[in-house]
Design a protein around this ligand. Structure first.
Ligand SMILES: Cc1cc2nc3c(=O)[nH]c(=O)nc-3n(C[C@H](O)[C@H](O)[C@H](O)COP(=O)(O)O)c2cc1C
Length: 338
Protein backbone atom coordinates (compact mmCIF):
# COMPACT_ATOMS: atom_id res chain seq x y z
CA UNK A 1 0.00 0.00 0.00
CA UNK A 2 1.22 3.44 -0.99
CA UNK A 3 1.26 5.91 1.90
CA UNK A 4 3.05 9.24 2.12
CA UNK A 5 3.37 12.24 4.46
CA UNK A 6 0.54 13.82 2.47
CA UNK A 7 -1.82 10.97 3.49
CA UNK A 8 -0.82 11.32 7.14
CA UNK A 9 -1.07 15.11 7.25
CA UNK A 10 -4.45 15.35 5.55
CA UNK A 11 -5.95 12.08 6.80
CA UNK A 12 -6.63 10.39 3.45
CA UNK A 13 -5.90 6.91 2.17
CA UNK A 14 -4.27 7.74 -1.19
CA UNK A 15 -1.69 10.42 -2.11
CA UNK A 16 -4.05 11.96 -4.66
CA UNK A 17 -5.96 15.25 -4.56
CA UNK A 18 -8.66 16.76 -6.75
CA UNK A 19 -7.94 20.47 -6.96
CA UNK A 20 -10.69 23.10 -6.88
CA UNK A 21 -12.43 23.55 -10.24
CA UNK A 22 -14.79 26.40 -10.96
CA UNK A 23 -18.34 25.09 -11.80
CA UNK A 24 -17.08 21.50 -11.37
CA UNK A 25 -16.01 21.14 -7.71
CA UNK A 26 -19.50 20.35 -6.43
CA UNK A 27 -20.74 17.77 -3.93
CA UNK A 28 -21.30 15.02 -6.55
CA UNK A 29 -17.64 14.97 -7.61
CA UNK A 30 -16.04 15.78 -4.26
CA UNK A 31 -17.97 13.13 -2.33
CA UNK A 32 -17.02 10.54 -4.98
CA UNK A 33 -13.35 11.51 -4.61
CA UNK A 34 -13.63 11.21 -0.81
CA UNK A 35 -15.35 7.82 -1.09
CA UNK A 36 -12.49 6.65 -3.35
CA UNK A 37 -9.99 7.51 -0.59
CA UNK A 38 -8.51 10.63 -2.19
CA UNK A 39 -8.81 14.30 -1.17
CA UNK A 40 -11.45 16.32 -3.02
CA UNK A 41 -12.12 20.04 -2.77
CA UNK A 42 -15.45 21.81 -3.21
CA UNK A 43 -14.90 25.10 -5.02
CA UNK A 44 -16.08 27.91 -2.76
CA UNK A 45 -16.64 30.50 -5.48
CA UNK A 46 -18.80 28.15 -7.56
CA UNK A 47 -21.42 28.89 -4.91
CA UNK A 48 -23.03 32.32 -5.34
CA UNK A 49 -22.96 33.18 -1.63
CA UNK A 50 -21.23 32.01 1.57
CA UNK A 51 -24.64 30.66 2.71
CA UNK A 52 -24.89 28.57 -0.46
CA UNK A 53 -21.37 27.26 0.22
CA UNK A 54 -22.41 26.20 3.74
CA UNK A 55 -25.38 24.34 2.20
CA UNK A 56 -23.12 22.66 -0.39
CA UNK A 57 -20.74 21.52 2.38
CA UNK A 58 -23.73 20.04 4.19
CA UNK A 59 -24.91 18.31 0.98
CA UNK A 60 -21.43 16.81 0.51
CA UNK A 61 -21.42 15.59 4.12
CA UNK A 62 -24.66 13.77 3.49
CA UNK A 63 -22.99 11.94 0.59
CA UNK A 64 -19.82 10.88 2.43
CA UNK A 65 -18.46 10.59 5.94
CA UNK A 66 -14.86 10.67 4.66
CA UNK A 67 -12.72 13.84 4.81
CA UNK A 68 -12.99 16.47 2.07
CA UNK A 69 -11.95 20.10 1.77
CA UNK A 70 -12.90 23.44 0.23
CA UNK A 71 -10.89 25.42 -2.34
CA UNK A 72 -10.68 29.17 -1.79
CA UNK A 73 -9.26 30.83 -4.90
CA UNK A 74 -8.07 34.35 -4.19
CA UNK A 75 -7.61 36.27 -7.44
CA UNK A 76 -7.22 39.97 -8.22
CA UNK A 77 -10.61 41.41 -9.07
CA UNK A 78 -12.21 44.83 -9.52
CA UNK A 79 -15.19 43.63 -7.54
CA UNK A 80 -13.80 40.91 -5.24
CA UNK A 81 -16.12 38.35 -3.68
CA UNK A 82 -16.51 38.57 0.12
CA UNK A 83 -13.54 36.30 0.88
CA UNK A 84 -13.79 36.79 4.64
CA UNK A 85 -17.38 35.63 4.63
CA UNK A 86 -16.56 32.58 2.52
CA UNK A 87 -13.71 31.80 4.95
CA UNK A 88 -16.10 32.11 7.86
CA UNK A 89 -18.59 29.76 6.17
CA UNK A 90 -15.80 27.19 5.78
CA UNK A 91 -14.64 27.48 9.38
CA UNK A 92 -18.14 27.48 10.86
CA UNK A 93 -19.14 24.42 8.85
CA UNK A 94 -16.35 22.47 10.52
CA UNK A 95 -14.49 21.53 7.31
CA UNK A 96 -11.00 20.47 8.34
CA UNK A 97 -9.03 21.13 5.13
CA UNK A 98 -8.73 24.11 2.80
CA UNK A 99 -6.95 24.45 -0.53
CA UNK A 100 -5.95 28.08 -1.02
CA UNK A 101 -4.88 29.24 -4.47
CA UNK A 102 -3.99 32.46 -6.23
CA UNK A 103 -2.81 35.06 -3.73
CA UNK A 104 -0.76 34.37 -0.64
CA UNK A 105 -3.25 33.19 2.04
CA UNK A 106 -1.50 35.03 4.94
CA UNK A 107 -4.51 37.12 5.93
CA UNK A 108 -6.69 33.99 6.20
CA UNK A 109 -4.20 31.92 8.19
CA UNK A 110 -4.97 33.15 11.75
CA UNK A 111 -8.63 32.12 11.51
CA UNK A 112 -7.83 28.78 9.85
CA UNK A 113 -5.13 28.12 12.46
CA UNK A 114 -7.41 29.02 15.36
CA UNK A 115 -10.05 26.61 14.06
CA UNK A 116 -7.50 23.82 13.45
CA UNK A 117 -8.14 23.85 9.69
CA UNK A 118 -5.28 22.32 7.67
CA UNK A 119 -4.18 24.46 4.72
CA UNK A 120 -2.83 23.12 1.42
CA UNK A 121 -1.64 26.09 -0.62
CA UNK A 122 -1.49 25.73 -4.39
CA UNK A 123 1.12 27.82 -6.17
CA UNK A 124 3.23 27.84 -9.32
CA UNK A 125 6.76 28.74 -8.22
CA UNK A 126 9.39 27.66 -5.72
CA UNK A 127 9.53 31.16 -4.19
CA UNK A 128 5.77 31.17 -3.54
CA UNK A 129 5.92 27.65 -2.12
CA UNK A 130 8.69 28.72 0.29
CA UNK A 131 6.70 31.79 1.31
CA UNK A 132 3.67 29.58 1.98
CA UNK A 133 5.76 27.29 4.18
CA UNK A 134 7.04 30.34 6.06
CA UNK A 135 3.54 31.61 6.86
CA UNK A 136 2.61 28.22 8.28
CA UNK A 137 0.61 26.25 5.71
CA UNK A 138 0.51 22.47 6.24
CA UNK A 139 1.30 21.48 2.67
CA UNK A 140 1.93 22.83 -0.78
CA UNK A 141 0.50 21.81 -4.13
CA UNK A 142 2.77 22.97 -6.93
CA UNK A 143 1.37 23.50 -10.42
CA UNK A 144 3.75 23.04 -13.36
CA UNK A 145 3.41 24.74 -16.74
CA UNK A 146 1.37 21.74 -17.97
CA UNK A 147 -1.58 22.50 -15.72
CA UNK A 148 -5.10 23.60 -16.54
CA UNK A 149 -6.02 27.02 -15.20
CA UNK A 150 -3.32 29.43 -14.06
CA UNK A 151 0.26 28.16 -14.55
CA UNK A 152 1.84 31.51 -13.58
CA UNK A 153 4.33 33.37 -15.75
CA UNK A 154 7.57 31.41 -15.22
CA UNK A 155 6.78 28.54 -17.63
CA UNK A 156 8.66 25.89 -15.64
CA UNK A 157 7.31 22.37 -16.32
CA UNK A 158 6.89 19.85 -13.51
CA UNK A 159 10.00 17.86 -14.40
CA UNK A 160 12.13 20.72 -13.06
CA UNK A 161 9.64 22.57 -10.84
CA UNK A 162 8.80 19.58 -8.63
CA UNK A 163 12.37 18.60 -7.63
CA UNK A 164 13.34 22.28 -7.39
CA UNK A 165 10.53 22.77 -4.87
CA UNK A 166 11.18 19.47 -3.09
CA UNK A 167 14.75 20.40 -2.23
CA UNK A 168 13.68 23.71 -0.65
CA UNK A 169 10.60 22.62 1.33
CA UNK A 170 10.23 20.56 4.46
CA UNK A 171 6.41 20.34 4.58
CA UNK A 172 4.52 17.81 2.41
CA UNK A 173 4.29 18.83 -1.24
CA UNK A 174 2.18 17.40 -4.04
CA UNK A 175 2.89 17.79 -7.73
CA UNK A 176 0.21 19.16 -10.04
CA UNK A 177 -0.23 19.60 -13.77
CA UNK A 178 -0.33 16.82 -16.34
CA UNK A 179 -0.95 13.92 -13.94
CA UNK A 180 -3.52 11.32 -14.94
CA UNK A 181 -2.14 7.85 -14.20
CA UNK A 182 0.15 5.65 -12.11
CA UNK A 183 3.18 6.49 -14.22
CA UNK A 184 2.69 10.16 -13.35
CA UNK A 185 2.19 9.39 -9.66
CA UNK A 186 5.32 7.22 -9.58
CA UNK A 187 7.33 9.92 -11.37
CA UNK A 188 6.07 12.59 -8.96
CA UNK A 189 7.16 10.49 -5.97
CA UNK A 190 10.56 9.92 -7.57
CA UNK A 191 10.93 13.68 -8.12
CA UNK A 192 10.45 14.27 -4.40
CA UNK A 193 6.70 14.95 -4.19
CA UNK A 194 4.40 13.29 -1.64
CA UNK A 195 1.57 12.77 -4.12
CA UNK A 196 -0.26 14.37 -7.03
CA UNK A 197 -3.04 16.86 -7.58
CA UNK A 198 -5.25 16.49 -10.66
CA UNK A 199 -7.86 18.64 -12.35
CA UNK A 200 -8.42 17.60 -15.97
CA UNK A 201 -8.48 13.86 -15.09
CA UNK A 202 -11.26 14.39 -12.53
CA UNK A 203 -13.11 16.75 -14.89
CA UNK A 204 -13.36 13.77 -17.24
CA UNK A 205 -14.99 11.24 -14.89
CA UNK A 206 -18.53 9.88 -14.68
CA UNK A 207 -19.37 11.90 -11.55
CA UNK A 208 -18.01 15.19 -12.87
CA UNK A 209 -21.07 17.47 -13.16
CA UNK A 210 -20.39 18.72 -16.70
CA UNK A 211 -22.01 17.93 -20.05
CA UNK A 212 -20.98 14.64 -21.73
CA UNK A 213 -19.78 16.61 -24.78
CA UNK A 214 -17.05 18.21 -22.64
CA UNK A 215 -15.85 14.77 -21.55
CA UNK A 216 -15.93 13.49 -25.15
CA UNK A 217 -13.87 16.51 -26.21
CA UNK A 218 -11.23 15.81 -23.53
CA UNK A 219 -10.99 12.18 -24.68
CA UNK A 220 -10.68 13.33 -28.30
CA UNK A 221 -8.24 16.14 -27.44
CA UNK A 222 -4.47 15.81 -27.58
CA UNK A 223 -1.66 17.52 -25.67
CA UNK A 224 -1.68 20.15 -28.42
CA UNK A 225 -5.28 21.21 -27.88
CA UNK A 226 -4.91 23.99 -25.32
CA UNK A 227 -4.36 27.75 -25.58
CA UNK A 228 -2.56 30.09 -23.20
CA UNK A 229 -4.79 33.15 -22.89
CA UNK A 230 -4.03 36.45 -21.10
CA UNK A 231 -0.26 36.10 -21.66
CA UNK A 232 0.22 39.80 -22.50
CA UNK A 233 -1.75 40.69 -19.33
CA UNK A 234 0.56 38.52 -17.21
CA UNK A 235 -2.39 36.55 -15.90
CA UNK A 236 -1.92 33.46 -18.08
CA UNK A 237 -4.57 30.75 -18.11
CA UNK A 238 -4.39 27.42 -19.91
CA UNK A 239 -7.76 26.60 -21.45
CA UNK A 240 -9.14 24.23 -24.07
CA UNK A 241 -8.50 25.34 -27.62
CA UNK A 242 -11.74 26.44 -29.27
CA UNK A 243 -13.08 29.28 -31.41
CA UNK A 244 -13.34 31.61 -28.39
CA UNK A 245 -9.92 30.97 -26.83
CA UNK A 246 -8.21 31.31 -30.21
CA UNK A 247 -10.03 34.61 -30.78
CA UNK A 248 -8.93 35.88 -27.35
CA UNK A 249 -5.29 35.04 -28.13
CA UNK A 250 -5.58 36.79 -31.50
CA UNK A 251 -7.11 39.98 -30.04
CA UNK A 252 -4.58 40.28 -27.20
CA UNK A 253 -1.60 39.38 -29.41
CA UNK A 254 -2.80 42.06 -31.80
CA UNK A 255 -2.49 44.73 -29.11
CA UNK A 256 -6.01 44.47 -27.65
CA UNK A 257 -6.71 45.12 -23.96
CA UNK A 258 -8.87 43.30 -21.43
CA UNK A 259 -12.07 45.25 -22.23
CA UNK A 260 -11.76 43.94 -25.81
CA UNK A 261 -12.09 40.33 -24.61
CA UNK A 262 -14.15 40.81 -21.44
CA UNK A 263 -17.35 39.45 -22.94
CA UNK A 264 -15.63 36.49 -24.62
CA UNK A 265 -14.04 35.29 -21.36
CA UNK A 266 -17.03 35.86 -19.06
CA UNK A 267 -17.71 33.22 -16.44
CA UNK A 268 -21.30 32.96 -17.64
CA UNK A 269 -20.12 31.85 -21.11
CA UNK A 270 -17.74 29.28 -19.63
CA UNK A 271 -20.49 27.92 -17.45
CA UNK A 272 -22.66 27.44 -20.54
CA UNK A 273 -20.00 25.12 -22.01
CA UNK A 274 -20.24 22.86 -18.99
CA UNK A 275 -24.02 23.03 -18.64
CA UNK A 276 -25.17 22.89 -22.28
CA UNK A 277 -22.22 21.12 -23.90
CA UNK A 278 -21.82 23.97 -26.41
CA UNK A 279 -18.04 23.67 -26.71
CA UNK A 280 -17.61 27.05 -28.41
CA UNK A 281 -19.83 29.04 -26.03
CA UNK A 282 -16.90 30.35 -23.97
CA UNK A 283 -13.56 29.49 -22.43
CA UNK A 284 -13.10 26.44 -20.21
CA UNK A 285 -9.99 25.20 -18.42
CA UNK A 286 -8.24 22.04 -19.56
CA UNK A 287 -4.60 20.98 -19.36
CA UNK A 288 -2.03 19.17 -21.47
CA UNK A 289 -3.23 16.07 -19.59
CA UNK A 290 -5.94 15.82 -22.26
CA UNK A 291 -3.36 14.06 -24.41
CA UNK A 292 -3.15 11.20 -21.90
CA UNK A 293 -6.89 10.76 -21.24
CA UNK A 294 -8.71 8.08 -23.25
CA UNK A 295 -11.86 7.33 -21.29
CA UNK A 296 -14.49 8.50 -18.82
CA UNK A 297 -14.11 6.23 -15.78
CA UNK A 298 -15.92 6.57 -12.47
CA UNK A 299 -13.85 8.42 -9.89
CA UNK A 300 -13.28 5.18 -8.02
CA UNK A 301 -12.08 3.41 -11.17
CA UNK A 302 -9.71 6.29 -11.92
CA UNK A 303 -8.25 6.41 -8.40
CA UNK A 304 -7.99 2.60 -8.03
CA UNK A 305 -6.30 2.34 -11.41
CA UNK A 306 -3.76 5.07 -10.65
CA UNK A 307 -2.86 3.53 -7.29
CA UNK A 308 -2.65 -0.02 -8.69
CA UNK A 309 -0.49 1.10 -11.60
CA UNK A 310 1.87 3.05 -9.33
CA UNK A 311 2.16 0.10 -6.94
CA UNK A 312 2.91 -2.23 -9.85
CA UNK A 313 5.62 0.12 -11.14
CA UNK A 314 7.20 0.66 -7.73
CA UNK A 315 6.96 -2.90 -6.45
CA UNK A 316 7.70 -4.80 -9.67
CA UNK A 317 8.80 -2.92 -12.76
CA UNK A 318 11.41 -0.67 -11.15
CA UNK A 319 12.90 -3.36 -8.83
CA UNK A 320 13.11 -5.57 -11.94
CA UNK A 321 15.49 -3.02 -13.43
CA UNK A 322 17.77 -2.97 -10.42
CA UNK A 323 20.24 -5.44 -9.03
CA UNK A 324 22.80 -5.04 -6.25
CA UNK A 325 25.46 -6.65 -8.41
CA UNK A 326 24.63 -4.80 -11.62
CA UNK A 327 24.10 -8.23 -13.19
CA UNK A 328 21.65 -6.94 -15.75
CA UNK A 329 18.04 -6.18 -16.27
CA UNK A 330 15.36 -8.85 -16.23
CA UNK A 331 13.18 -9.21 -19.30
CA UNK A 332 10.14 -8.30 -17.24
CA UNK A 333 11.80 -5.16 -15.90
CA UNK A 334 12.80 -4.02 -19.35
CA UNK A 335 9.24 -4.19 -20.63
CA UNK A 336 6.75 -1.44 -21.22
CA UNK A 337 4.98 0.27 -18.36
CA UNK A 338 1.84 -1.52 -17.21
C1 LIG B 1 -12.29 23.08 -15.30
C2 LIG B 1 -11.22 23.52 -14.34
C3 LIG B 1 -11.47 24.57 -13.46
C4 LIG B 1 -10.48 24.96 -12.55
N1 LIG B 1 -10.78 25.95 -11.64
C5 LIG B 1 -9.89 26.22 -10.64
C6 LIG B 1 -10.25 27.11 -9.59
O1 LIG B 1 -11.34 27.68 -9.56
N2 LIG B 1 -9.33 27.32 -8.61
C7 LIG B 1 -8.12 26.69 -8.60
O2 LIG B 1 -7.36 26.89 -7.68
N3 LIG B 1 -7.76 25.86 -9.60
C8 LIG B 1 -8.62 25.60 -10.60
N4 LIG B 1 -8.27 24.69 -11.58
C9 LIG B 1 -6.93 24.05 -11.54
C10 LIG B 1 -6.97 22.66 -10.86
O3 LIG B 1 -7.35 22.74 -9.52
C11 LIG B 1 -5.58 21.99 -10.92
O4 LIG B 1 -4.63 22.78 -10.25
C12 LIG B 1 -5.12 21.76 -12.36
O5 LIG B 1 -6.20 21.32 -13.14
C13 LIG B 1 -4.00 20.75 -12.39
O6 LIG B 1 -3.61 20.49 -13.71
P1 LIG B 1 -4.19 19.24 -14.56
O7 LIG B 1 -5.50 19.72 -15.10
O8 LIG B 1 -3.18 19.02 -15.60
O9 LIG B 1 -4.37 18.08 -13.64
C14 LIG B 1 -9.22 24.32 -12.54
C15 LIG B 1 -8.98 23.28 -13.45
C16 LIG B 1 -9.96 22.86 -14.34
C17 LIG B 1 -9.68 21.72 -15.29
Amino acid sequence: MLTTRFCETFGVEHPIAQGGMQWVGRAELVSAVAEAGALGFLTALTQPTPEALAAEIQRCREMTDKPFGVNLTILPSIDPPPYDEYRRAIVESGVGIVETAGFNPAEHMPEFRAAGVKVLHKCTSVRHAMKAEQIGVDGVSIDGFECAGHPGEDDVPGLVLVPAAARRLSIPMIASGGFVDGRGLTAALALGADGVNMGTRFLCTAESPVHEKVKEQIVAGTELDTELIFRPLRNTARVASNAVSRKVVEILDGGGAFPDVRDLVSGARGRKVFEDGDLDAGIWSAGLAQGLIDDVPTVREAVDRIVAEAEELIARRLPGMYSETGAGVSREGAGQAV
